[in-house]
Design a protein around this ligand. Sequence first.
Ligand SMILES: C[S@@+](CC[C@H](N)C(=O)[O-])C[C@H]1O[C@@H](n2cnc3c(N)ncnc32)[C@H](O)[C@@H]1O
Length: 298
Amino acid sequence: MALNSLDFDFLRRLVRDRSGIVLGEDKAYLLESRLAPVAREQGLASIDQLCQRLRSNAPANLLRDVIEAMTTNETLWFRDVHPFEVLGRRILPELMRARAAQKQLSIWCAASSTGQEPYSVAMTIREQLPQLSSWNLRFVATDLSTEVLDRARAGIYSQLEINRGLPPDKAQRWFRRVDANSWQISDELRKMVDYRQVNLLESWPFASERFDIVMMRNVLIYFDLETKRTIMGKVKRLLPPDGWFFLGGAETTMNIDDGFERVADERGGCYRLRSSATNRYPSGSYPAAVPAAPIRVT
Ligand SMILES: C[S@@+](CC[C@H](N)C(=O)[O-])C[C@H]1O[C@@H](n2cnc3c(N)ncnc32)[C@H](O)[C@@H]1O
């Protein structure tokens, strides 16, 4: 299923416009290998035919399948270790002291893929901050891809996935065996996380909410500078003055948005707002977290 240069440009533009993902000149092989199965599922003989279908009033589900096929969903438990360590040791205890009167805390894990990241946060909370179970904790995890969200909601992982970063004591404590090759995370942790589809490029369904912690790790790396800047600007408006923003190990706010400063004494890729940063809410005046919507447990 070779790709001609017109189709290559068309597909690159489509993927960038719909997801923000920038595919370099050298990524023809990636488009071919990821889109060949989508074409086959549609009964189309070639990527050329897939492009024709996409150009002529493509059905929404075909567009969705093409965009989802181009996302990279690589993830693992407790990825990079430090972010979870600093959450448990410093950030959550500090926020709990600051929110002791309201007993409300909110976390958004954006681009959460198949759930390993939000569930790693959930394990950290239950193990290190058990007092939080009596709080109003709003914990939203989102991704562009409906396929990974379905997997995250189900919370079922293969042995291979379990082996990637999950310490044996946590596997023992939080998972039950489903069959010879798969494990399911406990209902207690699944119920903590409200999974929703959010495309970071589109409007976010959090109009009047704030999030004390926003994790957006290993996704901005796929976007161009302008898109990163726009998204960081929107994150700033969601954070209270003492909120926290997490990026992946290879990502930074430097030279993109100087409204954030890296917390230099922590190794977790965590950022806070500079006191001069644009912010909707002066200290102490931000709105209360909205009660969690019903959570779907499958
Ligand atoms: C490499 S994974 C990162 C998963 C996790 N945050 C981690 O660090 O392990 C990137 C995720 O970003 C999602 N993604 C890509 N473009 C997106 C967009 N425009 N909006 C929301 N999510 C997006 C992909 O579907 C994928 O699941």
